[in-house]
Ligand binder design. Structure first.
Ligand SMILES: [Zn+2]
Length: 155
């Protein structure tokens, strides 16, 4: 190791996860997803389940992929989940939102749903602490006028 490298002892504290700017979050609910977003506005996480065979289907779809039934019932979830996948975004989407990184988009599997996974940012965690399979729980981010999106925190 060169002497120049051995002098490099600067330590930068790892930041806690931040969130992408809320003005960049746009929702386009349709006939299949409106119940999800209406429940989200009330801070309830719901996923559709086929009324005929009981298969959860998420993202919502017109027909059950098992029995082709159209009808669903929206089942409220506890908010518990397991981290299935994630990435750490270190580069801002645009230069003027550089204070929004790092943020951690994640895929979270919901227990008791046959493998339903939803996407939400992780909060209250540093990037190096995140591990596939860790337990997480639901939080909500209120964006504007009755629009809330799911977040997840460790625990
Ligand atoms: Zn079905």
């Amino acid at each position: 190791m060169s002497e120049a490298m051995s002098d490099d002892t600067t330590t930068v504290e790892e930041p806690t996860a931040k969130l992408p700017p809320e003005e960049l979050i746009y929702l386009t609910p349709d006939v299949w997803t409106t119940p999800f977003w209406e429940a989200a506005a009330e801070h309830r996480l719901v996923v559709p389940r086929c009324t005929n065979c009981g298969t959860y289907r998420f993202p919502p779809s017109a027909f059950c992929y098992v029995c082709r039934t159209q009808e669903v019932e929206w089942m409220e979830q506890s908010g518990a989940g397991t981290l299935y996948s994630f990435t750490v975004a270190w580069h801002p989407l645009m230069p003027d939102v550089s204070d929004s990184v790092p943020y951690i988009p994640a895929v979270v599997e919901l227990p008791g749903t046959g493998g339903v996974r939803i996407i939400g940012d992780l909060v209250d965690v540093r990037p190096s602490e995140v591990q596939i399979g860790m337990k997480v729980h639901l939080r909500w981010r209120d964006i504007r006028d009755g629009v809330s999106v799911p977040l997840f925190a460790p625990g």
